[in-house]
Design a protein around this ligand. Sequence first.
Ligand code: FDA
Length: 300
Amino acid sequence: ALKSIARRSDLKSYVEQTPQLNRLLRLTADRYVTGEHRKDGLKVGRKLVDKGYAVSIEYIGEDTTVATECEAAALEMIALIHDLSQGGVPARVSFDLSHIGLSLDKEFAFSHLMNLAEQAQEAGVELFISMEESSKTDDILSVYERAASFYPNIGITLQAHLTRTPQDLAAIVALPSRIRIVKGAYQEPADCSIPRSSTLSDRYLELVESAIRQGHRVSIATHDEHIIEEVLERGWLSNSDVEFEMLYGIRPDLSSSLKAAGHPVRIYLTYGHQWFLYLCHRIAEYPPNLFQAVMDMVSS
Ligand code: FDA
């Protein structure tokens, strides 16, 4: 529900036009978002790289239904790729296909993706497609599969909580891309998803194992200590193509202790004007953040 609230343009403009509310929500968002501009993401990315982390960067946005806004988002991503290749930060560029046109027309998103992939390949940058609601999974996978057969520098995210995911993994196994496994951040119907539970953690580990066994490069994107301990115990990190990936601002203690123990850790950074949308995602997947947001406001 929080996500549909975040997408309501009337609420978004109310937040934007109410300076006090905007300022208070920004305080909480600042935990998870580097800032509104590319330079903010690049600056934090540089610091993290200097500390020994790898980095992914996302220009926040999704469900864009105005063609010129999709084009503007794709141009921003090209500028990001360009800045990264000009010695800024060695990072992966991550995005939602619905930010560059999927919600308007699959072919429109595909042409943007192909253009981005070409620019990224020339620049030596890796692209990474996020996974969105289950109503978009087929479209995302079909656009990804077509583009990844031309460009091996495009990775894909799979959600362990969808019951269909083992089949999706089997279907893309021939492609050389890196695969990011996440639990899934969207509220999905009970008949096609597994709620947060030990069953979901087991499913998560099965997917990681299956992807590694089939020779994929894998990003284990979770803050779940139980899963991380299992991964370490099973020795999967000895494979040089396997890494942990965590969201900026979430469990920095955990990412830092894993890095200190010598494990490869990537931090996923975001920037952009749509920080409110991103904040709602983080609250929706972890409701105690709502309490944190209220505490931030009260103590400011
Ligand atoms: P879980 O939700 O069980 O959380 C484990 C622990 O982590 C919690 O107990 C808490 O301590 C901490 N934690 C988790 N979320 C937190 C939050 N928001 N704030 C504070 N603490 C929190 N999803 C998706 O549907 N599509 C996608 O493309 C992506 N992409 C993506 C990339 C990367 C790099 C990561 C790390 C995550 C995603 N996600 C995602 C989000 C993912 O699906 C999932 O919602 C979050 O990772 C939280 O799930 P955990 O695996 O951490 O477990």
